[in-house]
Design a binder for this molecule. Structure first.
Ligand SMILES: O=P(O)(O)OC[C@H]1O[C@H](OP(=O)(O)OP(=O)(O)O)[C@H](O)[C@@H]1O
Ligand code: HPA
Ligand SMILES: [Mg+2]
Length: 186
């Protein structure tokens, strides 16, 4: 039998404590979906989802928004364990023909140092979208090293490593239905 989601968990050598419950996530994602739908009413949206971390959030957000539009997946990578390596690699680029002239909803799971968005936004702008609305589930303002034009934030959180609901520690934890925070007392 699997452990209840309210308990502490261990991924590899690190311990994590419960931080945001599945119910809190569901309710905030519903609000974000409604807000997006208000902002983009009458627009011509295309959702750009940042893999891998944003896949769970995006699945819920897109359904909550009720908007019609294509979905495009992009993959960047910079994290090794709990640290950004600084160098942002574009592993899966966006489909240019889905971006040009569209109102892009850029879906991120987390803005931490800001380096991923700092590297990716110019690449996206080069494809000439009509507009970009950047939505992130989590934002760590105290960890941010560079400015990022964020439009919608689910939760502003402290500068501690988190996992679950799409976010990983070294590949694990993405399928947890709630979000957990690193417990450094172990
Ligand atoms: O603001 P930053 O410090 O750049 O961090 C945010 C980015 O880091 C994570 O991606 P990661 O590179 O770990 O890839 P993943 O989504 O596949 O886990 C996360 O999903 C964001 O895309
Ligand atoms: O806190 C985090 N958790 C998981 N992945 C991340 N990528 C940037 N910050 C984080
Ligand atoms: Mg990651």
């Amino acid at each position: 039998m699997s452990a209840p989601i309210t308990n502490r968990i261990q991924l590899h050598e690190l311990h994590f404590r419960p931080f945001l419950s599945a119910e809190e996530l569901e309710s905030r994602v519903r609000e974000l979906g409604e807000e997006l739908s208000r902002r983009l009413y009458g627009g011509d949206p295309c959702f750009v989802v940042m893999l891998k971390g944003a896949f769970v959030f995006a699945a819920d957000l897109l359904r909550a928004s009720g908007l019609h539009g294509e979905v495009c997946f992009v993959r960047t990578s910079s994290y090794s364990g709990t640290r950004s390596e600084g160098q942002v690699k574009l592993l899966i680029p966006p489909e240019a023909e889905l971006i040009r002239g569209k109102d892009i909803v850029l879906v991120e799971d987390i803005i931490d140092s800001g380096l991923t968005m700092q590297a990716f936004l110019p690449m996206l702008r080069e494809l000439q979208p009509r507009s970009i609305t950047l939505v992130t589930l989590l934002h760590k303002p105290e960890a941010q090293q560079v400015p990022v034009p964020v439009d919608l934030v689910g939760f502003t959180i402290p500068s501690k490593f988190v996992v679950g609901y799409g976010l990983d520690y070294d590949g694990l934890g993405r399928n947890l239905p709630a979000i957990y925070q690193l417990d450094e007392s172990y």
